[in-house]
Design a protein around this ligand. Structure first.
Ligand SMILES: Nc1nc2c(ncn2[C@@H]2O[C@H](COP(=O)(O)OP(=O)(O)O)[C@@H](O)[C@H]2O)c(=O)[nH]1
Ligand SMILES: [Mg+2]
Length: 640
C-alpha cells in the first residue's frame, strides 16, 4: 500500500538534512584523527553536536475539549499504510489520558505503555517516571495487525470506579466528576494517567512526536501537562468544532492554557475549526457553504484574538476517508492538505534554524578555520618546493630553511603551551561559574522553597513562597552574568593578542547568551501566574499545591536551569577551542614540513625523490583542502 503522507515530505527532507549533517560531522572527526589534528576538546565538541542532532525531536501537541476531533485528526495525519484508524475516536469521551505517539528509536520496538492513575500519589514528575520502567504497564503491539492493535489501544479509554474522596486525593476536582451509572455513590476516573505509544511509522521514526490530550478536566488535574509538556511542544494545535463554535469551556481552555502573549511564540499555535463537513450543504451550493465557513472562521479568529490565517477550517473525518479512498479532491476539500503544509513548513523551518544555531554554526566556523590553515600550508610547502628546486645542490640553504621552520614550529609550540595555561585560567573561571549555577545551588533553593511552603498556613503564604523561587532565580542569573562578563573580557583579550601575533582574523570567540533561557523562565512564570490566580487554588489542599508546584513548575524551571548551567559550563570549555585548534593544526603542519626538510638535508642523493615527496605532500594537502571545503559547504546547506 502506498505511503500517502505527501505534504509531510517536508519532515522527510528535514530528516535527510540532519542525517547528512551527522555524516559530515563524522567524516570531519575521522579526518581530524587521521591527520593527527584532533584535540580532545574538539572531539568532545563534535560528539556533542552529533548527540544534539540524533536526539532531536519535533513535537506537535493537540489540545481542546473532548469530542472536538483531535484523535480523529491525528488518525488522518498519520494514516499511511494502515487503512483504518490507529487510535480510538468515537462520540463521547474516548481519550481519557494524555497519549504520546512516537517511535522508540533506542529500543526499536512498537508498544503501548500505560502509567496507572494511582501514580499521582508518588512525588515524581511524569518525565521522571518515564525512566522508571516498573511503574508502567506495557503491552506489545504488532504493526502488521491493525485489528489487534486497535484492541490494545482501546485501553487508553479505560475508566475505574472509585470513591469521591479517592478521586479528590488523586487531584480530580469534585464538581466535574462523572458519576458511575452502575454505582451512583462512586465516580468514574481515568484508569491511566499517561500513555506512550511507540509505533513504527515513517514520520515517527524520523523524530516526529505527537501529544494527544483529553479535555479540560484532565488538563486541570495535571499541571505538568499544561505547564511543561504543551509549552515545550514546537507546535500547538487547538481544536474547535464548527458545529459547537467557541463554547465557554473552549474559551476557558484557550485563555488558561494556550493563548500566548509573545508574538514569536504565538506563531507556533494554530486553531483548527474541525467538522466543517456539517456545514457542507448540497442544496445551498458551494459558494454559500464557503461563505458560511468563512464567517465562522473570522468569528473564531476574533474571539480567540489571533490572526485569521491561523484559524484553519478542516474536516478530520472527511480527510481520513479521503486518504483511505485516495480521493485527492476530497482531501483538498477537507482542508487537511493545506493544514499539513502550513504546519510542516513553519515547524521544520523553525527547528532547522534552532538546530543550526545550537549545533552547527560553531562547527562550521571551525571547519572553515581548518580550511584556512591548510591553505596556508599549501602556500608554504609550494614556496619551499620552489626554493628547493632552485638550489638543488645547496644543503646550507636547505638547513637554513629547516631552521626557519623549526623556529616557526617552536613558536606555535610555545603558543600551545601558553594557550593551555590560559585554558587552565578559564577552568578556574569555570569553577566560579559552577559555584554560582551548579545544580546543588538550585536544589538547595528548591528545597528551601518547599520547606517554606510546608510551613505556611495560608494560601497567601504558599504563593509568596512559590514566588520567591522566581525572584531568587533572577538574582542568581544576574550574578552569573557578572562573572560571565569577566570571563568574556578575558577571552576577548586572549583573542585580540593571538590575532595580533598570527594575523588570524577569521578566529572568533564562541558567544554565550542567556537570552533564550530568560525567555523560557518568563514563560514558565506566566504559567505560574495563571495557576496562582486560579480561584480553585484557595480550595485546593496544601499538599496537592506543593506537589503541583514541584512537579510542574520546579521541575520545568530545573530543566531550564540545568540546560543553562550546562551551556555556561560548556561555553567555558569551548571559549578557547578555535584558538587551540588553529594552533594544533599549524603546529602539526610545520612539524611535517620540518621532517621533510630534515630528511632532504640528510639524504642528498635522494633529492629527486624528495622533490617528488614534497610534491606529493602538496597534492595531499590540496585533497584535504577540497575535503574540508566540501564539509564546510555541506554544513551550510539547508534542506530544500
Ligand atoms: N462530522 C464530523 N465528525 C467528526 C469529525 N472529526 C471527528 N468527528 C467525530 O467526533 C467524535 C469525537 O472525535 P474524537 O477524535 O474522539 O475527539 P477528541 O475527543 O477531540 O479526540 C467522533 O465521533 C468523531 O467521529 C469531522 O471532521 N466531522
Ligand atoms: Mg481523543
Amino acid at each position: 500500500m502506498a505511503h500517502n503522507a505527501s505534504s509531510l515530505d517536508k519532515i522527510d527532507s528535514f530528516h535527510n538534512w540532519k542525517h547528512g549533517l551527522l555524516e559530515q560531522i563524522d567524516a570531519y572527526r575521522h579526518w581530524l584523527s587521521e591527520t593527527q589534528m584532533a584535540s580532545e576538546d574538539m572531539l568532545n565538541r563534535l560528539v556533542r553536536a552529533s548527540e544534539a542532532l540524533q536526539k532531536d525531536e519535533l513535537t506537535i501537541a493537540f489540545v481542546g475539549e473532548f469530542s472536538r476531533g483531535k484523535t480523529e485528526l491525528i488518525n488522518a495525519l498519520l494514516l499511511s499504510d494502515f487503512q483504518q484508524r490507529i487510535l480510538p475516536s468515537k462520540a463521547g469521551r474516548t481519550t481519557m489520558c494524555p497519549t504520546e505517539l512516537f517511535y522508540d528509536r533506542v529500543r526499536d520496538t512498537s508498544y503501548l505503555r500505560l502509567l496507572p492513575i494511582e501514580s499521582r500519589r508518588l512525588n515524581l514528575t511524569i518525565s521522571e517516571m518515564k525512566e522508571k520502567v516498573d511503574l508502567w504497564n506495557e503491552f506489545s503491539i504488532e504493526n502488521d495487525h491493525p485489528e489487534t492493535m486497535a484492541a490494545v489501544l482501546q485501553k487508553v479509554a479505560e475508566v475505574v470506579s472509585v470513591e469521591e474522596s479517592e478521586a479528590r486525593a488523586l487531584g480530580f476536582s469534585g464538581s466535574s466528576l462523572e458519576r458511575d451509572p452502575v454505582n451512583p455513590e462512586k465516580v468514574l476516573i481515568p484508569r491511566w494517567r499517561h500513555a506512550e505509544l511507540s509505533f513504527k511509522h515513517p514520520l515517527l521514526e524520523q523524530g516526529l512526536r505527537i501529544l494527544d490530550t483529553p479535555g479540560l478536566n484532565a488538563l486541570g488535574s495535571e499541571p505538568e501537562l499544561t505547564v511543561s509538556m504543551i509549552p515545550n511542544a514546537q507546535a500547538v494545535v487547538f481544536m474547535l468544532s464548527a458545529d459547537a463554535g467557541v463554547t465557554a469551556s473552549d474559551m476557558q481552555m484557550w485563555t488558561d492554557h494556550i493563548a500566548k502573549t509573545d508574538e514569536e511564540q504565538s506563531k507556533s499555535c494554530y486553531a483548527l475549526l474541525n467538522k466543517i463537513d456539517v456545514l457542507w450543504d448540497d442544496l445551498q451550493g458551494e459558494t454559500h457553504t464557503a461563505a458560511s465557513i468563512e464567517r465562522v472562521r473570522q468569528d473564531t479568529a476574533r474571539r480567540l484574538g489571533i490572526a485569521p490565517d491561523f484559524v484553519l477550517p478542516v474536516s478530520a473525518k472527511q480527510a481520513l476517508l479521503a486518504k483511505v479512498n485516495e480521493d485527492q479532491a476530497l482531501l483538498q476539500k477537507s482542508g487537511l492538505a493545506k493544514f499539513e503544509k502550513l504546519l510542516m513548513n513553519q515547524l521544520v523551518d523553525a527547528r532547522e534554524k534552532l538546530l543550526y544555531e545550537s549545533a552547527i554554526a560553531d562547527i562550521s566556523s571551525l571547519v572553515e578555520s581548518s580550511e584556512k590553515v591548510i591553505t596556508h600550508r599549501i602556500q608554504r610547502a609550494s614556496d619551499d618546493l620552489d626554493h628547493y628546486r632552485d638550489s638543488l645542490e645547496d644543503i646550507d640553504s636547505l638547513n637554513r630553511l629547516a631552521d626557519k621552520t623549526q623556529i616557526a614550529h617552536n613558536d606555535f609550540y610555545k603558543k600551545l603551551v601558553a594557550l593551555r595555561s590560559s585554558r587552565r585560567l578559564m577552568m578556574s573561571q569555570k569553577e566560579i561559574l559552577n559555584d554560582l549555577i551548579g545544580m546543588q545551588r538550585f536544589d538547595a533553593l528548591a528545597e528551601s522553597v518547599r520547606t517554606a511552603m510546608q510551613d505556611s498556613w495560608s494560601t497567601k503564604g504558599l504563593i509568596s513562597a512559590m514566588t520567591s523561587l522566581f525572584a531568587e532565580l533572577d538574582r542568581m542569573l544576574d550574578d552569573l552574568m557578572v562573572e560571565v562578563r569577566v570571563a568574556e573580557k578575558m577571552v576577548h583579550t586572549m583573542y585580540a593578542r593571538f590575532k595580533n601575533d598570527h594575523s588570524a582574523d577569521h578566529l572568533h570567540p564562541v558567544e554565550f547568551s542567556i537570552k533564550k533561557y530568560r525567555a523560557k523562565l518568563v514563560e514558565i512564570k506566566q504559567g505560574f501566574n495563571r495557576y496562582r490566580r486560579n480561584p480553585k487554588l484557595i480550595v485546593t489542599e496544601q499538599s496537592l499545591v506543593i506537589r503541583h508546584f514541584k512537579n510542574a513548575f520546579v521541575h520545568d524551571v530545573r530543566n531550564v536551569y540545568e540546560a543553562l548551567s550546562h551551556e555556561a559550563l560548556c561555553w567555558a570549555d569551548d571559549a578557547l577551542l578555535p584558538l587551540l585548534q588553529y594552533t594544533v593544526e599549524q603546529k602539526q603542519g610545520l612539524q611535517e614540513q620540518l621532517e621533510n626538510l630534515r630528511e632532504l638535508a640528510k639524504e642528498q642523493k635522494g633529492k629527486r625523490d624528495a622533490c617528488e615527496s614534497m610534491q606529493q605532500t602538496i597534492e595531499q594537502l590540496q585533497k584535504q583542502k577540497a575535503f574540508t571545503h566540501q564539509i564546510a559547504e555541506q554544513l551550510h546547506a539547508h534542506p530544500s
